[in-house]
Design a protein around this ligand. Structure first.
Ligand SMILES: C[S@@+](CC[C@H](N)C(=O)[O-])C[C@H]1O[C@@H](n2cnc3c(N)ncnc32)[C@H](O)[C@@H]1O
Length: 286
C-alpha cells in the first residue's frame, strides 16, 4: 500500500478524534515501526499489509488520546531517549531546565554524590549521570514499576551499575533517613514531586489525567503535600552548603516552598523559568 494513500485514508478518523497534527503523528508512528527517522519517509513509500495493520492498531490507541510516547514506549528528553510506560510520568520538556542547572552546578566538582527523590523514568538523575561521568547517585521511588523503568534506562544509557543505587522507598517512611544515610552525605538533592492539586486533576488534558500515573500527579489539597517532607529529609542528608533543586507548578507554589525552606534555614539562590516563561524550579542552599 502507498503511504500517502494510507495517510489520506486515515486522516479523517484522527481529525474527528481531535488529533490535530495527524499527518506528522502518522509519520512518527510509521517511522517507529520501520525503525527509521520520520524525515526519511518519502511520499512514494510502500508499506506492507502487516505494517499497515500495526500502524492501524497504534492509530486506534492514538484516537483514544493515548500519548505518542506511551504508544511507542519512548520519549526524547534533554539529550537522550528514555523508555516510558504507563507506570511513569512522561518526561516533560519543562523539566529540562532542572537537569541543565544541576549539570551546570555539578560540572566544576571532581566527584559528586546526588539524590533524586521520585525518579519515575529516571530522566533527571540519568541525564546528570550520563553527562557527568564523575557523578554517582541514589534514586528512590514508591513505585516498583517506575524503578524498573529507571533501571532499564540506566542500562540503555550505559550508566555503570556502581554509579547508581535505586531503592524502593517513600520520603514519608519513618526510617527514610536511616535507609539513605548509608549513601549520604549528598552534594545535591533533586526532585520533581507530584504537584497538581487534587481538585485540578480532573481538569487536566485526557493525555495527562488518563495516561500518567495518579501517584506522579496528585499533590494533595494544594499540590504541596510532599515539599515540606522533602525539605526535611534533604536537610538531614545534604552536606553543609549542599544544593536542592525542586520543580513545582508555578510561581505561587514556589513562593510557598521558599517560605517552607526558610523554616529549615535554607537560602533561596534562584527561581528558574521554564521554556514557556513560567516559574518552574527553585534552587536552595542548605
Ligand atoms: C512527577 S513524577 C516525576 C518523575 C521524574 N522524576 C520526572 O521528572 O519525570 C513524581 C514521582 O515521584 C514518585 N512518588 C510519589 N510519591 C512518592 C513518595 N511519597 N515517595 C517516593 N516517591 C514518590 C512517583 O511514583 C513518581 O515517579
Amino acid at each position: 500500500m502507498n503511504i500517502n494513500d494510507f495517510i489520506n485514508d486515515r486522516l479523517k478518523m484522527l481529525l474527528e478524534s481531535g488529533i490535530d497534527s495527524s499527518v506528522f503523528e502518522i509519520k512518527l508512528l510509521l517511522a517507529h515501526i520501520l525503525g527509521i527517522e520520520p524525515k526519511n519517509i518519502s511520499p512514494n513509500m510502500e508499506i506492507t499489509e502487516h505494517q499497515a495493520a500495526l500502524l492501524d492498531d497504534m492509530l486506534k490507541e492514538r484516537c483514544n488520546h493515548r500519548p505518542i510516547d506511551k504508544i511507542i514506549g519512548k520519549k526524547g528528553f534533554y539529550k537522550y531517549d528514555f523508555a516510558v510506560s504507563d507506570d511513569v510520568l512522561s518526561p516533560r520538556y519543562d523539566t529540562e531546565i532542572l537537569v541543565e542547572k544541576a549539570i551546570e552546578l555539578l560540572a566544576p566538582s571532581q566527584n559528586a554524590n546526588i539524590l533524586e527523590l521520585g525518579v519515575g523514568s529516571g530522566c533527571i538523575i540519568l541525564s546528570v549521570l550520563a553527562d557527568l561521568p564523575f557523578v554517582s547517585g541514589v534514586g528512590i521511588d514508591v513505585s516498583d514499576a517506575a524503578l524498573a523503568i529507571t533501571d532499564l534506562n540506566a542500562e540503555n544509557l550505559k550508566i555503570e551499575p556502581e554509579r547508581l543505587n535505586l531503592l524502593k522507598a517513600s520520603w514519608f517512611d519513618e526510617d527514610i533517613i536511616e535507609k539513605l544515610s548509608d549513601y549520604a552525605p549528598f552534594d545535591m538533592v533533586v526532585s520533581n514531586p507530584p504537584y497538581i492539586a487534587t481538585s485540578e486533576i480532573d481538569k487536566l488534558d485526557i493525555e495527562v489525567k488518563d495516561f500518567d500515573p495518579l501517584i506522579a500527579l496528585d499533590g494533595g489539597a494544594n499540590g504541596l503535600k510532599d515539599y515540606n517532607r522533602i525539605l526535611q529529609v534533604s536537610e538531614k542528608l545534604l552536606k553543609p552548603n549542599g544544593i536542592i533543586i525542586l520543580e513545582a507548578g508555578d510561581g505561587q507554589q514556589l513562593r510557598q516552598i521558599k517560605q517552607m525552606a526558610e523554616g529549615y534555614k535554607m537560602q533561596c539562590l534562584k527561581i528558574l523559568k521554564d521554556l514557556n516563561n513560567i516559574d518552574r524550579c527553585i534552587i536552595l542552599k542548605k
